[in-house]
Design a binder for this molecule. Structure first.
Ligand code: NAP
Length: 306
């Protein structure tokens, strides 16, 4: 099978940890170029300027954008305007409006736009969705507590406007929740803790309709927690390890305790979307984040430094 050429843009933590290994193992893709001001991948042609890449590499039809959300729109727009299909890391942009605009541009030009949610590809998300489909959800709670120093070492952008703070990981939980719940929910109240020296929250408590709550915290050292617990009329579901392990009534029934596999699944999906020239842009996780930042009560907490 011929492999489709793809360029990776923004060679940082997630590109090196996940995108490069997933592409190297994929039967669908050939990593043909990187575009990054300082990052590189051994053996792959490297560009530092996106416009130069777009002009010189007409034979690369797909770009995958791995930089933080705020600068991403300009790259996505330029790529679509030059006839390239585009894959977006999560969260898909800095604002909802800019992603709607990209979706329109892709459609108008017959191109694929894929707003990825890697956590939706976790091993136990599909079985959890199937199990919940015919149940009545009585309540649900998300606990998403991790150490920002471990997962975003020195990345000041997460605390700058548009970086989303603790919603950068929290949106992964919301991407799973919006995928598995049989009915939509909406935010009714939120409490956001902003470090005194930062522009985005380090912790958040969320209350949704339907008796759904969430606790996001970026200050957890030691064991990390990425759990979603759902009480239904027919028993208790728990998704653990970021959606990778499914328990029903306390017993593991599906999944695998590893996050490896999520990015391979994203690239397989992108290959299907490009073949069919369709897009996949679901902004429901980001709507909840935007609502929390609109409605949330702001509390100032201790200053935070890496
Ligand atoms: P990162 O390492 O800080 O950034 C990735 C690369 O983007 C940087 O190395 C930089 O490359 C480029 N970049 C940064 N600012 C830029 C700007 N203003 N304009 C153009 N390029 C810029 O961040 P990351 O952890 O990889 O996260 C990137 C995205 O992946 C985020 O949306 C994040 O939510 C998502 N993600 C991260 C993780 C994780 O564990 N860290 C997991 C899943 C998803 P150059 O300086 O070489 O240009």
């Amino acid at each position: 099978m011929t492999r489709t050429k793809v360029a990776l843009v923004g060679i940082g933590k997630i590109a090196l940890d996940q995108h490069v290994p997933a592409l190297k193992a994929s039967p669908d893709w050939e990593l043909a170029a990187t575009i990054s001001r300082s990052g590189k991948v051994d053996g792959i042609p490297a560009y530092t300027d996106f416009a130069t890449f777009l002009a010189e590499c007409r034979d690369v039809p797909v770009v995958s954008l791995c930089m933080p959300p705020v600068p991403r729109y300009a790259y996505a727009e330029a790529a679509l305007l030059s006839g390239r299909h585009v894959m977006l890391e999560k969260p898909p942009g800095a604002t909802l409006a800019e992603v709607h605009s990209l979706e329109g541009l892709a459609k108008a030009n017959g191109l694929t736009l894929y707003a990825t949610w890697h956590s939706r590809m976790a091993h136990a998300v599909a079985p959890a969705k199937a199990w919940l489909a015919d149940k009545i959800v009585q309540k649900a709670h998300i606990t998403w507590r991790e150490d920002v120093r471990k997962w975003h070492p020195g990345q000041d952008w997460v605390f700058q406007p548009g970086g989303m703070g603790v919603f950068d990981p929290g949106i992964n939980a919301l991407s799973i929740l919006t995928e598995i719940l049989p009915r939509p929910i909406h935010l009714t109240r939120a409490t956001l803790e902003f470090p005194a020296n930062r522009q985005t929250p380090i912790a958040a408590g969320l209350i949704f309709s339907g008796n759904v709550t969430a606790d996001f915290d970026w200050r957890q050292e030691g064991p990390q927690t990425w759990d979603i617990e759902v009480t239904t009329d027919e028993g208790q579901l728990a998704l653990r390890m970021g959606g990778n392990v499914l328990e029903i009534d306390g017993k593991p029934v599906a999944g695998e305790n590893t996050i490896m596999g999520e990015y391979s699944a994203l690239y397989a999906r992108m290959a299907d979307l490009v073949r069919s020239r369709t897009s996949d842009v679901d902004l429901s996780p980001m709507v909840h984040v935007a609502d929390a930042l609109t409605l949330g009560e702001r509390i100032t907490t201790d200053a935070f430094d890496f």
